[in-house]
Ligand binder design. Structure first.
Ligand code: CA
Length: 358
């Protein structure tokens, strides 16, 4: 679609005066970056995330895609620490000139498991980024579930929900207010591992095959409750590790980012500084960025429809399995399409974020 538009623009450009050509080129750039926007305009969206560096890259991608009207950002119990994640989210939004409410989870609302502390510490320094100093921090007085309920209740049209952390907040919202399921256009979730190993390793048996992915492992009951809501009409897309494994963030991509002088590139470089040692050793992936691709660039991914369950007990806790006893199915991404250039698309969005003008 995008390539066709570019080719069309090249044909039209022949015979145009330079100024007309420039206007045409600019319109093409806007169309390429906004290929997600249709006649309905910007898509109302809520981001529920868990404060890891790749969650913030996903936030930059959302802002730079110019596809959505961001209505709220909430923090779930997950990889980041709540207060740090709320503050960093609010600072980033302010840096981009976006006036969006941010709320952290109720401290009592957490899954039964946790991310390793060493992973959690990687999110810690982000509030100290020099670019974020002197900006305002405005967090919403609500907790995350109350803010999610408020945004959905008051939305004039169904809202898209992107969840890039454990599903604790999301399951709590609809347990409390099942009537609000009808206010969700669709839910896109990063989590799970379908046909590839997971990333949850048993410290006592580190050589054993990992079957669960951490977002679902941290709150397997919440994850399974949300997936079961497909039977109540919730349109769910899951982006598991089968896809994110194909999105390694390597040194070459980081170097391209660093060479780019845009505001968004500088923000992203600062954020990824927390995990540069992992990037250098080939162990960092844009897990949550893959979920944004599923939202705005679905032709770049392959999908299947499946009836799924998340195992909630035992040695497979947090693992997703197909379960045909569940009539309702969800859409699950299974890989990157041939020809797709997802890292180029991600770079386009990140380098296109707005900058607050004082
Ligand atoms: Ca995350």
């Amino acid at each position: 679609m995008v390539r066709h538009r570019l080719r069309f623009a090249k044909v039209v450009a022949k015979g145009m005066r330079p100024r007309t050509w420039l206007v045409s080129a600019l319109v093409t750039v806007v169309l390429v970056l906004n290929s997600c926007v249709d006649e309905r305009g910007l898509i109302p969206l809520i981001l529920d995330h868990d404060g890891a560096p790749d969650d913030y890259i996903a936030l930059l991608m959302l802002a730079g895609s110019r596809c959505c009207d961001l209505r709220g950002v909430t923090v779930s119990y997950g990889l980041g620490y709540r207060d740090s994640a709320v503050e960093t989210s609010a600072l980033l939004l302010d840096a981009m000139g976006l006036d969006v409410p941010v709320a952290g989870h109720d401290p009592a609302l957490r899954g039964r498991n946790s991310f390793p502390e060493t992973w959690r510490d990687s999110s810690f320094h982000l509030r100290t980024l020099p670019m974020l100093q002197g900006l305002d921090v405005r967090s919403d007085p609500h907790d995350a579930v109350a803010l999610l309920v408020d945004v959905l209740e008051n939305a004039e049209q169904p809202v898209t929900v992107l969840a890039t952390g454990p599903l604790t907040n999301i399951s709590a919202v609809f347990d409390r207010r099942p009537d609000l399921l009808g206010k969700v256009q669709r839910l896109v979730v990063m989590g799970g591992a379908l046909r590839v190993p997971g990333n949850v390793r048993d410290p006592e048996e580190p050589e054993a095959l990992a079957t669960a992915e951490y977002n679902f492992f941290v709150d397997p009951v919440g994850a399974d409750r949300v997936i079961a809501m497909a039977a109540q009409g919730l349109d769910i897309t899951i982006v598991p590790m089968d896809v994110t494994n194909e999105l390694p963030l390597n040194q070459a991509w980081l170097d391209r980012l660093k060479r780019n002088s845009s505001y968004g590139a500088r923000l992203a470089t600062g954020i990824l500084g927390a995990v540069e040692h992992l990037i250098q050793t080939g162990r960092y992936y844009l897990w949550d960025g893959a979920a944004v691709l599923a939202l705005w660039h679905p032709e770049g991914l392959r999908f299947e429809k499946k009836s799924l369950r998340v195992m909630t007990t035992g040695s497979e806790e947090g693992r997703i399995r197909t379960d045909d006893s569940r009539a309702a199915s969800v859409k699950i991404a299974t890989g990157i399409s041939e020809q797709a250039q997802p890292m180029d698309r991600i770079l386009d969005w990140v380098t296109n974020v707005p900058e607050r003008r004082n």
